[in-house]
Design a binder for this molecule. Structure first.
Ligand code: ZN
Length: 299
């Protein structure tokens, strides 16, 4: 993947939150200044002193895309709270196309066409980087997972998704991919750590509506919990990143069955009856999961 050696993207986290009022510009990574803006939309706020903007920008070296959202309020009177925040998120090709479409349909046609053309090669590069376990850091590993998951879901390539992500030798990759897919299917990424399109969410939801798919994910999660934990990355790019494989798997377990969905009882029963014997080591957390599944199974 070209991003893996990119001097601009490599030092950037998947997601960056900047608070210019508190920190000034000093916290802003200088690499952000080298991104090339493709489209921007600004909106006035409720008062003359408030505005916000959304922009899609491209790395001039490796052509990875970013969403940049700025929100400013200087306060109408001197007592008002003020802020100046910026949120930056690395995008997959599919989410970049979606954001460009929302921001400026006409002027970015060429940029959208270029991303469209690069989609398949970018996904293949992500797949190779994951397979060879050559991601230089967790952020780029996470980016590769998102790129590949988006492509496989949008293209209905479930077998490729399972082979490349859910059967990956690293339990960290398996847990991350399973949790991501479940969150996409439940539309729970909005306002969260991941941007995606309605098309991808719907594809994830269709795939995971199959009970066999949920059983397959249950097996993946049990395998992750049975393997030694991939330790959480400590402190990186100025904040904590939740990537402990056991913690990710436990979060995913709770998304696997919805207590309000009668169809999920079967999956819950499957986990309780069969899967927990395969290797779930007893701990307070795994006992809690099994208790929850037992409750859903008999609800
Ligand atoms: Zn780059």
């Amino acid at each position: 993947m070209r991003i893996a050696t990119c001097e601009i993207c490599l030092p950037l986290a998947q997601e960056i939150e900047l608070d210019y009022k508190a920190d000034g510009e000093k916290e802003k990574p200088k690499e952000l200044g080298r991104l090339v803006t493709l489209a921007t939309v600004s909106e006035d706020g409720e008062t003359a002193e408030a505005w916000s903007s959304s922009a899609v920008a491209r790395c001039p070296v490796c052509a990875t895309h970013y969403l940049l959202q700025r929100s400013v309020d200087e306060g109408h009177s001197f007592m008002d709270p003020t802020w100046d925040d910026e949120y930056v998120r690395r995008l997959t090709p599919l989410t970049a196309i979606s954001w460009l479409s929302q921001l400026a349909a006409a002027t970015t046609e060429a940029a959208r066409a270029a991303i469209e053309e690069a989609r398949a090669p970018t996904a293949r590069e992500a797949e190779t980087m994951l397979r060879e376990q050559r991601a230089p850091n967790w952020h780029l590993q996470r980016h590769a997972i998102e790129v590949l998951l988006d492509e496989c879901l949008a293209g209905g390539e479930v077998e490729r998704l399972e082979a490349a992500l859910l059967r990956h030798p690293d339990p960290g990759v398996r847990a991350e991919a399973a949790l991501d897919a479940l969150l996409l299917a439940r539309d729970e990424h909005y306002g969260g750590p991941r941007l995606f399109t309605a098309e991808i969410g719907a594809a994830a939801s269709t795939w995971l509506a199959e009970l066999d798919a949920r059983r397959a994910i249950a097996n993946v999660l049990v395998g992750v919990l049975a393997a030694p934990p991939r330790p959480a990355l400590h402190f990186d790019f100025g904040k904590w990143w939740p990537c402990d494989s056991h913690a990710r798997a436990r979060s995913a377990f709770y998304l696997l069955v919805d207590s309000k969905n009668p169809a999920h009882r079967q999956v819950a029963r499957y986990v309780v009856d069969e899967v927990h014997d395969l290797g779930l080591k007893t701990s307070k957390e795994t006992d809690d999961i099994l208790r929850y599944f037992a409750k859903v199974a008999t609800s």
